[in-house]
Design a binder for this molecule. Structure first.
Ligand SMILES: Cc1ncc(COP(=O)(O)O)c(C=O)c1O
Length: 410
């Protein structure tokens, strides 16, 4: 008997990141030299006192029992205060209207936001390159995406005119992800200021601000946000954050969402029936973690990212690849535009061939050079690819030399 799957899941695409990662792992197991540049996580241990905190909670019965659906009350308070302090929110009026829900990772809360706001036919504006899971989630809930493209030529910042064009009377929400996966940059304060005044023209538009990489900024300036220019906008802003990236804890599955109380209350009902409260052991140990220490913990991580971004710069400079080089400053990725390199001519059939070859190029780079990258098409940007800046320096240098050589067509 063949199982008849729901329409909802039949249209889902397999995560390319996971697929490529699995192939790279398989090749390495076969003894082939593989440079795995697909990682979406830091190869660092979480802070020692967080690990100690987990150990310290192991003796308590409560650490193994259901946690409150929206999260431990004191931890929700801690995360809210961390948000207000780190983003320097001045006005106290929103603090009364705002609430926070803890879920099983950033992905879980993003999904529950879409589930709570998107009806069949509603539209969501995404900025490409975008995080691979946004479009899939919007589709699951019957929504439709309208994509605004960016490129290296505009520093991956979307033009407000393009956003205006993408908005229709069905648009419910726009998603902003700064610092950004997969570009490794964040929007300038100037852009955020312009976006804040732009939003005044669309009083019903909700904004999801995915700030999961907020702390991972290794060159100035620090990331800023549109609502810091006009705190009134917080009323319709949905903030996403968590510990996956800033505490190198992707496997502990703790993420949170801050938004208007009404939305958080509906997300809590949904979570109560679909997942219950997030991991109680981790929540209890996080209660003892001092969030002021995040930036100290991240110092060596940032230094590593600075070094690898320099290695990439040197390799690209040596091979005269300035057309596809830009300075990354945050998160831990770099986004290559193959169309700015000689490699592209091996694939394109003619000058005006607009087809996407990123999957083919990445498959060949893996097969022929052992370089595992994620094809740009998964992020909505054809003929590009994402690489991760996290591998150890020596192997990263070897990988960048090989990559730079391949990009020049050798
Ligand atoms: C932009 C962005 N948002 C959200 C997430 C979700 O993070 P997690 O579910 O691991 O907390 C990720 C993870 O890669 C991400 O890159």
């Amino acid at each position: 008997m063949s199982i008849k799957l729901s329409k909802r899941v039949s249209s889902l695409t397999e995560s390319v990141t996971l697929k490529l990662n699995a192939q790279a792992v398989k090749m390495a197991a076969e003894g082939k030299k593989v440079y795995n540049l697909t990682a979406g996580q830091l190869p660092f241990r979480p802070p020692r006192n967080l690990v100690e905190g987990i150990r310290g909670e192991l003796d308590f019965l409560g650490s193994f029992q259901y946690s409150p659906v929206a999260g431990e009350a004191n931890l929700r308070e801690t995360f809210l205060n961390y948000f207000y302090d780190s983003r320097k929110i001045k006005s106290s009026t929103f603090k009364e209207d705002f609430s926070l829900i803890i879920g099983n990772g950033g992905k879980h809360v993003v999904s529950n936001v879409f589930a709570s706001l998107i009806d069949e036919g509603d539209e969501v504006v995404l900025i490409a390159p975008y995080w691979v899971s946004y479009p899939e989630m919007v589709n699951i809930y019957g929504g439709k995406i309208n994509v605004v493209s960016t490129s290296i030529f505009n520093a991956f910042e979307p033009s407000l005119d393009d956003i205006r064009e993408a908005i229709t009377d069905k648009t419910k929400m726009i998603v902003i992800n700064s610092p950004n996966n997969p570009t490794g940059t964040h929007y300038s304060d100037e852009w955020m200021k312009g976006f804040a005044s732009f939003l005044k023209d669309y009083p019903n538009l909700m904004v999801m601000s995915d700030e999961i990489y907020y702390e991972l900024n290794y060159f100035d300036p620090r990331p800023t946000y549109f609502y810091q220019h006009d705190e009134e906008l917080l009323k319709r802003t949905i903030i996403i954050d968590g510990i996956s990236k800033n505490l190198a804890s992707t496997g502990l599955r703790i993420g949170y969402c801050i938004a208007d109380k009404e939305l958080i209350s509906s997300m809590t009902k949904l979570q109560g029936h679909t997942a219950s409260g997030a991991n109680s052991l981790i929540q209890k140990s996080l209660l003892k973690y001092d969030f002021d220490k995040i930036s100290e913990y991240l110092d060596p991580v940032k230094s590593h990212l600075r070094d690898n971004s320099q290695i990439l710069k040197d390799c690209f400079r040596e091979r005269k690849l300035s057309k596809c080089w830009y300075q990354t400053i945050s998160a831990f990725y770099y986004f290559i535009d193959f169309s700015q390199t000689d490699l592209m001519s091996k694939y394109q059939k003619s000058e005006d061939d607009g087809q996407d070859y990123s999957a083919q190029i990445c498959a060949d780079l893996l097969e022929q050079k052992g370089l595992a990258l994620v094809p740009g098409i998964a992020f909505g940007s054809p003929n590009c690819a994402r690489l991760s800046l996290v591998p150890p320096k020596d192997s990263f240098k070897e990988a960048m030399e090989l990559l730079a050589m391949s990009l020049t067509g050798e």
